[in-house]
Ligand binder design. Sequence first.
Ligand code: NAD
Length: 505
Amino acid sequence: MSALVDTAPLIGHVVGGKVSTPDGSRTQDVRNPATGELSGRVLLADQAEVDAVVAGAVEAAATWAQEPIGKRAGVLFAFRELLVQHTDELAATITAEHGKVIADSLGEVGRGLEVVEYACGIPQLLKGEYTDQAATGVDVFSFREPLGVVAGITPFNFPAMVPLWMAPMAIATGNAFVLKPSERDPSSSLLLARLWKDAGLPDGVFSVLQGDRVAVDGLLTHPDIAAVSFVGSTPIAQHVYATATAHRKRVQALGGAKNHAVVLADADLDLAATHLTGAAFGAAGERCMAISVALVVDEVADALLERLKAAALKVRVAPGNDPASDMGPVITQAAKLRIEEIVTSAVDSGARALVDGRGHTVDGFEGGFYVGPTVLDGVTTDMRAYAEEIFGPVLVVLRVADLSEAIGLVNANPYGNGTALFTSSGDAARTFQRAVHVGMIGINVPIPVPVGWHSFGGWKDSLFGESHIYGPEAVRFYTRNKVVTSRWPSSPATARFHFGRTTSH
Ligand code: NAD
């Protein structure tokens, strides 16, 4: 046991607007990946805590749903201001537990902020539909009501942005929201809870339940949870989708990815190499939209690889809070060992490590979980490095004859989150964007995460459920429709025993 254990702060739940650290809870260590040192211990909820959090949320949801929509929007505007004011604090919290560089943590908060700003427009977004005189003396109108209590279960790699993909939309539409953050970097959730409270959100509308699979399964099966938004790996997304739908909940479960970038012979190779380097090694490759596969047309493969190698060797690996760092550590020692093992198995099977990040250490931070940028050439589709989501700073390169072969590989892959094409041909771009079975496509844009007023989501094994996340699709996901057909008669009624047509021809 580390000497720091006794002083490491407890990271608790937020129930009814207050931080709660019940005695006797199970805990899990939280480490700073840059140093390997223990930084806290997060509580792991059992069923009693799940029930307590949900009960508080049920009570809060009933009142919140009745608040005038302008008042709800007012809280969102106040939250937006506080998020801007506390961006640096939130970014520092992210970097301390996740490891990504501060500039990237700031970017993460910025992308979350976009969703908050979209949610500020909720009075406009929730306007219903009206048909005057649908039949003689009859009007029809529809409006959308909140679901009640909805849960968000989030991954480690965006501890602020992914909760911000969900909570602002769920809350603006009139629901109470229970966040179950990743147990690996849980502290950002507490800061978000404080900002919601300071923005004037009533206690219990935003709650935090810390925990592992016990907390998740408790939420998935709880009768008072109406809907679940999940973001994480594909096997857990499948589990969440199967369990929660079996318990009659509405579910959107976003899973893992293996994003391919295609580089054609007519691409600007300097631009492609620069963008691929950022997209493969940014956040140490721990992004669901990271580019992890480059499909390069044969005739430019050597020229591109030369540029990729030079760019990868320039990436400065250091703790995320070092302003000169381009890339921080990966999340855990276990993640580091798994990534290195996958690289070794590719090399043993005949791939060539053009740049090899195994065994990387950073002076003064020998306990940190560092993997250097890695570029593997000559990878084949049967290798683990191609078949699995590595979720580390590893770019695998496959050479292809043409666009058609590249599209075939993109579509044969079980994932369908993101993909990118580098070309100077509009015709090739149009062919690609129409042919690929992928939810988000970049044309000379390596990480095509949609802005906050569009919706985000993949296809195939990258999403279970119908609805993409944030943006217009979130308004529908977090509400259900009511249609009222009304008549205010001025003359006596006559009974009718058949449906009448409302149109004639
Ligand atoms: P993860 O699936 O391990 O964990 C996600 C959440 O599920 C966490 O809150 C965790 O506590 C919970 N969980 C883990 N194991 C569980 C179990 N057995 N039963 C019930 N709940 C469980 O994912 P992660 O490692 O935190 O995040 C990385 C993964 O998330 C990658 O696969 C990445 O591609 C994916 N991701 C996807 C998107 C997207 O938008 N599609 C975005 C970010 C991350």
